[in-house]
Design a protein around this ligand. Sequence first.
Ligand SMILES: Cc1ncc(COP(=O)(O)O)c(C=O)c1O
Length: 389
Amino acid sequence: MKGKVFIPFCRPTIEEDEINEVVDSLESGWITTGPKTARFEEEFRHYHGGKQEAIAVNSATAGLHLCLLTIDLKPGDEVITTSITWPSTVNNIVICGGMPVFADVTRDTLQIDPLEIERRITEKTRAVIPVHFAGAPVDLDPIKELCRKHSLSLIEDAAHGAGTAYKGRLIGSDSEAAVFSFHPIKNITTGEGGMILCKDKEQAGRIRRLRFHGISRDAWKRYAKGGSPQYQVVEPGFKYNMLDLQAAIGLHQLKKLSAFNKRRKHLAKNYLDLLNDLEAIKPLATVPYPHEHAWHLFVVRLDIDMLRVNRDEFIASLQDEGIGVGLHFPAVHLQSYYARRFGFGRGELPNSEWNSDRLFSLPLYPLLKEDEQVRVVETLKRLTKRYRI
Ligand SMILES: Cc1ncc(COP(=O)(O)O)c(C=O)c1O
C-alpha cells in the first residue's frame, strides 16, 4: 500500500450547516435530549408521511432492543430473522429471552425469503424481524400477510433503509415498527443514533419510557423552564436517549437525504457498468418488485471457484492496494456463540452460507469520486487476474 492514496470504505458528508447547528447546541447550554431531538423526531415523522410515532434513540441496536421488549417475549418464544445481518438484530432476540430462528435469504438479492419464513413458523413463533438489506426493501406484502395470518409482531430492521421505498411507500411510513440507524456509514448520520417509527401510541409511550430509565419524564421535562423535577419509575428501563448534539447533525442530514441517495444511485450505476465484464465479481441482483433502492451498500460476491485465494485473502490484498472494504455480513448463525449455544451449523441455510463465504462491500458514499471508483474496479480486475486458477 506504500505510496498509494487510501480510498476509505466510508466517509460521512458533514458540512457547515451540521457544524453550525452543533455549535449552536453547545453554546445554548442544552446539549442532551431536548428541543432539537424533539424537532428531529417530528421532521423524521413528517418525512415518512406524518402518521407514525417517532422515537429517537442512541443507536438502531437500542431501538431494536426496545421494540422487542415491548412485545414481552416469554422463554422459548421464537423470532424469525435473517442470518445475513449485523449481530445486534439477533443478539437482541436472545437478550430479550427469545429463540432466534433463521430463514434463508434469496441467493442473489440477500433479502429474507418469505417462503422460507413461512416454512419456519411454529406455534412458538411470536415475531418476524426482516432486514431491508443494503438499502433495497424486503418483499413486505407476503411477510405482512404471514404476520397477520399467524398473529405475529413485525419489527422491520431498517438500519439500511433511510430513503428506501417499497411499492411507492417509504419504509417505515406505515410499518407496525421500523428501526433506522444513523451510524456514520449509514445514508444519514448523527454520529451514532437511531429512530423508531411505529403505529401504536401505547407501544410508542412504553418505548419512550424504556428509552429513559423507565421513568415518567425525560430531562427536558424535568429541568427546562416550567418543568418539574419529580418523576416515577414505572418499570426498569435503559439509557438509550439521543442527545441534542446528535439531533443537531440529524436535522441537516435529513434535509439532504434525497440528494445523498441520488448521488449513491449514480455511483452504484457506475459500479454496475464498470463491473459488467468482470466474471469473478458478481454484484447483487435487483429485487423483482417495485421499489426505490437507497444504495446503502454496494455488495459483491467473489467467485472463489475461479481463484486460488479465498475471500478473506482477496480482501486483504485489496486493502493492501489501498482500497477500503466492508463485510456485510458473515452469517450470524455461524458465529461461535450461536453455534455453541443453539447448535447452528453449516448446511441449514445454503444461500446465506454461500454468500457469507463470498461477499464483501465496495466503498460507496456521496463523497466518493468517479475516478476513485475506476481505481477500485481496476484493482479488482488486476487482483482477479493475478489469482486466477
Ligand atoms: C442490519 C443492521 N441492523 C442493525 C444495525 C445496528 O445499528 P447501530 O449501529 O445504529 O446500532 C446495523 C448496523 O450496522 C445493521 O447493519
